[in-house]
Design a protein. Structure first.
Length: 370
């Protein structure tokens, strides 16, 4: 049993090494809320809120998450005795949605739970893989030379799958050029909800390029029209933004909306909900991979642990620290060797927090005590 006696919110701002562009816009500066949870017996667990400053990915933002964390979620658990992270579902039941805020605290509690048991987070989740296969997401580039250079660099690092961002007007032309230059590499396309059913002919045309999948081509909250589209495509549809819970995943599977799910811990409300989705996908024969959110090493560590589960059967967006940050807040850095990342075996998330780096990037803090 763990008594949560203190929680600190670290409001962090970091600059990406390279701007990341998708169909919505460009991200260069990245804000986070890092959650530090302490127990009565002096243990510390770490979580991360991966919402963005603006609500372009989901409706949550750093500002909305700050409100939900400070005014609702933290008061619900501070001073409480918790036996298992799954108990947070009942603590947070009165709060509808807000999955990224919930996931941030839940991640810290999972870290504490694993440390209390003296086991790695992967171990307590049920992960079996000692290594996970890594893919990489490449944003839209200014020209072909920049795009090809990014792909060449990724292949040199051994990444098992390349994800390319597309949008109307930059889709067939982009994918066809990539396929001519790289006819055999595993490639997928991510549309970030940039299309409608009126674009059916364009999306059908992508079938000829042997893509692993097309991710979230239609509206961010849609299941029905994706089902109509999937019937028309040979290429597998992967859902991202449309899946915010195990219930969403079940509906998508029953409707035939997708054949693949991109599982992001923050988007679905935490590891407990992620495990439910993995169990469902394993039972229904749906492919799964773990997505990234341009996050720090804390969230990346949670994702590595989840990706060690057998039900995660495709390479995810979990790449090397060096691709994103000049300096991260965790140590050691996440490193991809021959396209794989070692699953940490130390207790908890398996990475140490670099307090100096955390302090350097922190713009303000808020403390809560029992």
């Amino acid at each position: 049993m763990m008594k949560i006696t203190g929680i600190t919110l670290h409001y962090v701002q970091m600059k990406l090494k390279n701007a990341f562009t998708n169909s919505f816009g460009t991200v260069q500066d990245r804000s986070f809320i890092i959650i530090e949870a302490n127990t009565k017996d002096g243990m510390t667990g770490w979580g991360e809120c991966v919402a963005f400053d603006q609500p372009w990915y989901t409706e949550e933002t750093i500002q909305t998450c700050s409100h939900i964390l400070k005014d609702i979620l933290i008061p619900a658990i501070i001073g409480q005795h918790i036996n298992h992270p799954d108990e947070l579902v009942s603590f947070f039941a009165p709060v509808r949605r807000n999955p990224m805020a919930k996931s941030a605290i839940e991640g810290a509690i999972w870290d504490l739970y694993a440390k209390k048991k003296g086991l790695s987070l992967a171990n307590v989740l049920g992960g079996k893989r000692k290594q996970i296969e890594a893919g990489i997401s490449i944003g839209l580039k200014k020209n072909d030379e920049e795009l090809f250079a990014a792909i060449d660099n990724s292949l040199a690092q051994g990444y098992k799958r390349i994800k390319l961002k597309i949008k109307p007007g930059l889709d067939i032309s982009l994918i066809s050029k990539v396929r001519r230059r790289y006819p055999r590499i595993p490639v997928m396309a991510d549309a970030n909800s940039a299309y409608t059913l009126a674009d059916m002919d364009t999306l059908r045309e992508l079938d000829q390029y042997g893509l692993m999948m097309i991710e979230q081509p239609l509206a961010y909250n849609d299941l029905y029209e994706h089902a109509l589209l999937q019937k028309e495509l040979k290429t597998k549809i992967c859902l991202d933004e449309s899946i915010q819970s195990a219930h969403d995943a079940l509906q998508a599977i029953r409707l035939g909306s997708c054949r693949v799910i991109n599982l992001k811990i923050g988007r679905v409300g935490g590891l407990s909900e992620s495990l439910k989705i993995l169990k469902l996908c394993e039972e229904e024969g749906i492919d799964v991979w773990c997505g990234g959110m341009l996050e720090t090493g804390i969230s990346r560590a949670h994702t590595i642990a989840l990706a060690s589960m057998n039900a995660v059967n495709l390479p995810g967006d979990i790449s090397s620290t060096q691709n994103y940050w000049n300096r991260d807040i965790t140590a050691p850095e996440v490193v991809v060797l021959n396209g794989c990342i070692d699953t940490p075996d130390k207790p908890g998330i398996g990475f140490e927090i670099n307090r100096d780096a955390l302090e350097a990037f922190t713009v303000r803090k808020e403390h809560f005590h029992a």
